[in-house]
Design a protein around this ligand. Sequence first.
Ligand SMILES: Nc1ncnc2c1ncn2[C@@H]1O[C@H](COP(=O)(O)OP(=O)(O)O)[C@@H](O)[C@H]1O
Ligand SMILES: [Mg+2]
Length: 262
Amino acid sequence: MAKSVVIKCQNVKKVFSHGSVSAEVLHGISLEVYSGEYVILFGPSGCGKSTLLNIIAGLETVTAGSVMIRRDDITKFNEKQLARQHRTRIGMVFQQFNLIRTLNVIDNIALPQVFSGINLKRRMRRAEHLLEIFGFQKYRNYNPNELSGGQQQRVAIARALVNNPWIMLIDEPTGNLDSKAAEDVMQLIRQLNEKSKRTILLVTHNPDYVTHPHRVLYMKDGQITRQVVNRPISDDIVVNDENDEALLRAAALSSIKDSPGG
Ligand SMILES: Nc1ncnc2c1ncn2[C@@H]1O[C@H](COP(=O)(O)OP(=O)(O)O)[C@@H](O)[C@H]1O
Ligand SMILES: [Mg+2]
């Protein structure tokens, strides 16, 4: 079976301008990510990783170049199309967790569905389901600041999965975590790829993780300088709605099993 391309950047450039000062931070990035692949974008702080990830997410515009998500060039999308693609195809996870402090765990997980126009009953059913899959029922009514950093990041990952996205874009997920919690979160991310077959593009400057993904793209000063293939993507990657829940459950449960600290 031919590998299918899910993300394709061609000659992406980004210039930030403030008044008369401007700086090109991405100098013509080209990359492809395949369905079911786990790719790490690795490079030092300031090299442009987050800018690139935000462009792929449709949160930041390009100065030049194209960004294809499946068959759509998202640089041609209007606001409404961008919002829709962000909602339905992409789950994002950030270093700062970005949970809403005034909402409890279940409402944080349910929140992205509000923007999809899903009714309250279905929203809560899906969120409760994810809570159960992640083994988080006892924290249902906790506020984010009552949880550890590792727990908050797991809630953020559950929230990113609530709309069943094809693609997970993950930016420095362990930057605010101690090493044990970081290991647990990275294990969960691996399982989401291996068992739940999510396509993952993860940004990090931490060299400890470069053995995890299928492929590592090394980035420096706004350019991809080389890539290392760790292992091939398996050919049997088919995600559809029927098996999605089962796969997700397998991923979340095995990561809980492997990391009893939670
Ligand atoms: N909104 C912005 N305005 C101006 N410069 C920015 C903006 N966002 C990022 N930059 C600059 O672009 C470069 C790349 O930043 P970033 O993508 O955050 O790097 P990384 O994620 O690899 O640490 C840095 O020099 C940063 O200061
Ligand atoms: Mg960054």
